[in-house]
Write a protein that binds this ligand. Structure first.
Ligand SMILES: [Zn+2]
Length: 157
């Protein structure tokens, strides 16, 4: 029997974002400059908003031994969670390609898995806002939408 899975998201311009979301995007944009991306020349910036209003940013950190590097989202998420037990309200991600143009900042599966882990520890949804190559922003109410049929702590029992 066929089943289907759907989820809702918004695709907004910068001006259509709330002022709070704009601030979080601005923080991610600033974080782009700190990226260490000498191999891909693909810079990614991320900003995490904690429940107490604090913002922690991160950027991609590449390494000559490629697997040793880390995505911007996980740099930001791990830094945030290493400093605070606060729930995470939202994460923003933006990307800039080698030509200096905005690019799709669609989080990889590993980062989605990490978002899911933290989302599972809190009541409120962990909102995700990802920039795309057209300058729009994909807004999801909860990261759980990004990884259906996922592996989590409940799986381990
Ligand atoms: Zn990633």
């Amino acid at each position: 029997m066929n089943q289907s899975f759907t989820f809702e998201y918004q695709r907004l311009t910068y001006d259509e974002l709330t002022p709070a979301d704009q601030q979080l995007i601005d923080a991610a944009m600033q974080a782009l400059d700190g990226a260490h991306a000498p191999y891909s020349h693909f810079q990614v910036g991320s900003a995490v908003l904690m429940a107490d209003g604090s913002v922690v940013t991160g950027n991609n950190q590449e390494n000559a031994a490629y697997p040793s590097g880390l995505c911007a989202e996980r740099v930001a998420l791990f830094a945030a969670k290493s400093q605070s037990k606060q729930p995470i309200q939202a994460i923003t991600v933006v990307a800039r390609n080698a030509q200096g143009e905005m690019a799709d900042a669609f989080s990889c599966g590993n980062c989605r898995q990490v978002m899911l882990e933290y989302a599972g520890q809190q009541q409120e949804g962990l909102r995700v806002i990802m920039g795309d190559r057209t300058g729009h922003f994909i807004v999801l109410a909860d990261t759980r939408q990004l990884l259906p049929f996922s592996f989590g702590s409940e799986t381990l029992g």
